[in-house]
Design a protein around this ligand. Sequence first.
Ligand SMILES: Cc1cc2nc3c(=O)[nH]c(=O)nc-3n(C[C@H](O)[C@H](O)[C@H](O)COP(=O)(O)OP(=O)(O)OC[C@H]3O[C@@H](n4cnc5c(N)ncnc54)[C@H](O)[C@@H]3O)c2cc1C
Length: 421
Amino acid sequence: MSMRAMGSQVPEHPLDRVLDGRMCAGCGACAYLADEVEMVDLPHIGRRPVGVRALPIMVKDQIYSVCPGAAVRSPGEKVAPSNSAELLVGPVKEVWEGWASDAETRRGASSGGIISALATYCVEQLGMRLVVHTGMEKAEPWTNSTVVSSDRAGILGNSGSRYAPSSPVEALREIEASDRPCVFIGKPCDVAAVRELRRTRPQLDRNLGLVLSFFCAGTPASAGTLHVAEHLGFHDPSSIESIKYRGDGWPGRFRVRDSAGEHGSLSYEESWGMLARQHRQLRCHMCPDGLGELSDITGGDAWHRKAEGGDGVSLVLARTELGRRTVLQAEAAGYLTLAPSDVQKVVDAQGLVARRELITPRLAALRLMGLPVPSYPGFRLWRASLSIGPLKFVREFLGTLSRAVMRGYRRPEQEEEKEAQ
Ligand SMILES: Cc1cc2nc3c(=O)[nH]c(=O)nc-3n(C[C@H](O)[C@H](O)[C@H](O)COP(=O)(O)OP(=O)(O)OC[C@H]3O[C@@H](n4cnc5c(N)ncnc54)[C@H](O)[C@@H]3O)c2cc1C
């Protein structure tokens, strides 16, 4: 029985334990499954569902069964990796490096514009109805909103990474109600929820024409964005009109504009450093799936080619046969410019892959604290952790334990939010 339930003697639902234990990723699956639930941005924490606790147990059970704070199942459960690179990257059908052939798409995007180019291809050439993705919330530009685009202008208008919380799963009904297949774009945890949801919803399953993801080192809370804006001299959030984190070249700069026409910017390295250091939610540090294993296609920065210049280059991983076919068709139709690559290049490009080796000692520390942790069948986390050796394993375990005590992970996030305000 958890901390909260002990006082009241009412057994706590495991979904409440996910929330109390800070394992909510903020994906929005709760809001898709229950009308009463709304996703709200807690500035120092992340997007969280409001109204879950009062839901009937049957609805909670339904949500829990798809919640990435409870479990994420790797599709590679039955396919043994043949080397350490495959173990860290997960199952792939094919890997490429490249970019959007359209120069405007490539320039405006985060890395090579592959995600936006594929979404555009699906709408323009495959007749897909719409794209559910994420863009800047105009009223509060340091936060995000889920957006629905149905043409190139909408897709490009919302291209580029936004390093703040997002909940695109909340808008799956747009896809479910569509008369034609659609595209979903989300973080790895979002697509993990989508993979579970489509198992039991035939109409949703039929209408998910393509599921796209991107590499993700974790979501910084929106207070982090305001912190960077303040560092640039924008002290009054209400005057901020626009915030972009990337784009207009590779890797692109963090840019702020206010209502008086003042501009400020910071390099990608500095801004991401500030955001990542202090502002990522606990769930992200416990995530073994930084590379979107449950998508059809995922992409990330080809950092190993950064010296080549200011036009973005992406790594592109087809995770499913559908993904592989779609990438090749989009290339043949002139939407993508690609060259073959492999999983070793993904490892060379991305320090992020090493996080998988650290998850076992981190989870063990939280378990010792009595905190709930997600289960991750198929990710082979024990095997991945063997490569770090006993010393690093113990260091990681003790480091997580001391952070859990110092930062008070046992108290509810809402309390921390109140204290931070
Ligand atoms: C929080 C976060 C952490 C990331 N960490 C890494 C990393 O460690 N390594 C790495 O290589 N890449 C990381 N990325 C992804 C990277 O920044 C690029 O987005 C990726 O290379 C895809 O580039 P692209 O040019 O093909 O995408 P684009 O063509 O620019 O398309 C990006 C798409 O993602 C959607 N999107 C933007 N922000 C969000 C969000 N917060 N949540 C959901 N959808 C969103 C947009 O709506 C757009 O459709 C991260 C992205 C985010 C949002």
